[in-house]
Design a binder for this molecule. Sequence first.
Ligand code: R5P
Length: 261
Amino acid sequence: MDWGKKNRLSQIIKPDTGRTVMLAVDHGYFLGPTHKLEVPEETITPLLPYADALMLTRGVLRNCVSPETSVPIVLRVSGGSSIIGDDLSNEGITTSMEDAVRLNVAAVALSIFVGSDYEQQTLMNLAIIVDMAEEYGIPVLAVTAVGKELGKRDERFLSLSCRIAAEQGASFVKTYYCEDFEKVVGSCPVPVVIAGGPKLETELDSFKLAHSAIQKGAKGVDFGRNIWQNPNPIGMIKAIRAIVHENASPEDAQRIYDENK
Ligand code: R5P
């Protein structure tokens, strides 16, 4: 791997543990001012010291995050549809690589919608972004979208999506946890991180999700709502960090959460 690309990826996936706790706050790109991200700065700023990387759009980055931060940025560069539009899968490339370089990002991220009407378009978006990003040594994170209209959120569908993303040149992949998750990781030749999805009922559910994913080979998490929609977001991210970087059990994580209330 080119030095610059490897260096950027090492800012995200920490070399001492080989893992990462990414904080996803990009939801507004199709959801608008979603619950607890109405004023992004208020949600993001207190969590920054505990995030190994921050995933967001250029609009929130420029307007709501201090340029003095040392947290590596994973910039979402796909979008173009909204929650009230016809089809969420209809995404294009929203940001040039020159702007990503201006923003000094550690990686760029975009979604692919395997199984949708826009499968080919979004896979071609990935191919184009990989070509553009390779010019500058910037890693690409492919996000494997799931949805009712797409394949089932199971091992076969997620293995298919992750593998296609890697084949198209993604440097790492973000997907969802499922049964037999080790098969998803095992058939994907690049690191896999998991999204949290909508907020789970209890903290322990989130801890179990993160723990199972890590034990089955995930290189980390890219959690959003399960951290910042929780009433104790700092306790959440500290507990998740212990699972990811110290192999803490879900019960240990619960103790850390409770101690940080
Ligand atoms: C998904 O495409 C969004 O970009 C989010 O970054 C992702 O879903 C992770 O956030 P959450 O843990 O809230 O699902």
